[in-house]
Design a protein around this ligand. Structure first.
Ligand SMILES: C[S@@+](CC[C@H](N)C(=O)[O-])C[C@H]1O[C@@H](n2cnc3c(N)ncnc32)[C@H](O)[C@@H]1O
Length: 205
């Protein structure tokens, strides 16, 4: 197992890199993430919780009827998200909160959205457990995740570089999102894998 980081260390990494993150985001959008965000986030409805919203890259894709609450652990990332929401005239209830200990009652939300986060949470299974706890029984959990490729060469490279990559933003790019869901006791109702098997669109109930 490689280096693990605490939530405090991860918060610091994102606080320090929030401005640079906007550029990295443009690269991600360029390689096709935009399409995945539009498709997945567009399915949200009702009272929505976005877990680890970052700079708010998903905000533009929510249907207008959604009532959005967004949490993140990094105040600097959230500052960017607030500016983005303001620019778009979106009303968002922002709260600084740890994904692994959400400050919401059970079954509060119709939809929980989280994107590109299971790679970073120190305990992704705990975070999935929290998403499961706060979503209504008939609600939906919508995820876009990235992880270990199903191409052997790419997966080998990800394994070799995992520690070095994680040093930047605490992102463990060779985690396996579907295995994490299974360990958290969540059954996906739909999954789609793209881009050399690296990206996953996952819907769970
Ligand atoms: C790779 S970024 C993804 C941001 C955004 N979801 C997106 O799709 O662009 C990971 C985000 O997770 C946040 N984060 C990491 N650990 C967290 C935790 N334990 N609780 C809440 N947010 C966390 C970071 O601050 C960062 O904003």
């Amino acid at each position: 197992m490689g280096t693990e980081y605490t939530t405090r260390e991860i918060k610091q990494k994102y606080d320090d890199s929030a401005s640079k993150y906007a550029f990295m985001e443009r690269v991600q959008e360029f390689i096709g993430l935009k399409r995945l965000r539009r498709r997945q986030v567009g399915k949200a409805s009702g009272a929505v919780l976005e877990v680890a919203c970052g700079t708010g890259a998903n905000f533009q894709y929510y249907p207008t009827e959604c009532e959005l609450t967004a949490v993140d652990v990094s105040p600097e990332m959230m500052t960017h998200a607030k500016q983005r929401a303001e620019k778009r005239g979106l009303e968002v209830d922002f709260q600084l909160n740890d994904a692994e200990a959400l400050a919401f009652p059970d079954e509060q939300f119709d939809t929980v959205v989280s994107t590109l986060t299971l790679c970073t949470f120190p305990n992704p299974i705990a975070a999935l457990g929290e998403m499961q706890r706060v979503v209504k029984t008939d609600g939906r959990i919508l995820l876009i995740e990235h992880g270990r490729s199903n191409n052997r060469l790419v997966a080998w490279f990800q394994d070799v570089r995992a520690d070095a990559h994680a040093q930047q933003l605490g992102c463990h790019w060779n985690r396996e999102p579907l295995k994490l869901l299974a360990q958290a006791g969540l059954s996906p109702v739909s999954t789609r894998r793209t881009f050399l098997g690296i990206f996953h669109e996952i819907e769970a109930q």
